[in-house]
Ligand binder design. Sequence first.
Ligand SMILES: Cc1ncc(COP(=O)(O)O)c(C=O)c1O
Length: 431
Amino acid sequence: MSAPATSSPLPLAGGAGGGSVTDTGLPTPNPSRGREGDYRADFPALDEGWHYLDSAATAQKPNVVLDAIARAYGPDYATVHRGVYERSANMTLAYEASRKRVAGFLNAASEREIVFTSGATESINLVAESWGNANIGEGDRIMLSQLEHHSNIVPWQMLAERVGAHVDAAPLTAEGHVDLDWIEANITERHKLVSLAHVSNVLGSLLDARRAADIAHKVGAKFLLDGCQAAPRLPVDVQALGCDFYVFSGHKIYGPTGIGALWAPYEQLDAMPPWKGGGSMIDRVSFDGTTFAPPPGRFEAGTPHIVGVVGLDMAIQYVEGIGLDVISAHENATLAKAREALRGVNSVRVFGPDESMGILSFAVGDVHPHDVATILDEGGVAIRAGHHCAQPLMDYLGVPATARASFGIYSDDSDVAALVEGVERVRKIFG
Ligand SMILES: Cc1ncc(COP(=O)(O)O)c(C=O)c1O
């Protein structure tokens, strides 16, 4: 994919599905839209012969994102929201255009519903500190599940500890989905929040989010969706999902690290107190008292991650240019081949449902997953081994760790072949 024009570089175009910016400032169609097949060439990190199967941890970055970052830190660099000089005004336009882009990406009603954060972890902590402190009290309950990432467990435990609330963990079905029947049967009016992963980072299982939202709302609880693994691999429509909060991280959708977003309906954000104080989040400061800016600025204290925001805009343009439905179909087809092939290998156990979303956890006999990953690495195959920041899930599965192969838009049949070959080598080495 060719990089956007560089002479007037800021990605000023707002809205979903737009393209890169020409030197007139107008969007051009993204050249990758509708393109089938080889996306590897867009990613300079993907050396010939290297098989990157750790996209669930973090995705590689396409050239257009790297170029956008370089321009934003280079010839375009200036602060936002403060400067009256032209470059700062342009950077502010780019920053706010990115907010609009994220709103379109999630089908939010307005860009005022998008708060930039450092990532999903910070987004969840924001909700726990701001909304949670104000709305969850002694004796209340928070419904999670056994497959949650630590980022969607620990902030709620900390909140529960602070206010005297209780955290519940819903079990999983035999397939590896959150057991919504169990939640429906066990949720009570003391539950003020249900917070679940849209897609599990270990099992790849996709939540029936609409049903979970309905169950939560029936008892008056709010519903948070952790979209970290969903946003990179399926179209997300927060209005159709019926959630009250949605969070994701930019680095998993081919964007920069250190940037992510929280979505919530504007009225919801407007009812929430700030959680961090500083510049930019205020209306007026005096020693008699301070008043706060309306959302989303109320939640963006200090100089923000300007370049991350600009890079995120380009990453979303990139994935929307390909189409989330195309990405989803491609990853799932590649994963299905890997699942099928690994199932055929003696002593390999695969975890999670058959139709897992781009993520495949497995074990090779009793071999420790770190040994599996080390041997695979010797063959140029990069997978993750460990607890994947989901220790309760490891306990639930009765394993200390798993090996995990996760796919991205650039994954192809050669990656699957190298993975299977590596697993065969593990078997040979360990007899
Ligand atoms: C499901 C899930 N939730 C939350 C996170 C935390 O994301 P981050 O570390 O980018 O804040 C991750 C990261 O792996 C994840 O997979």
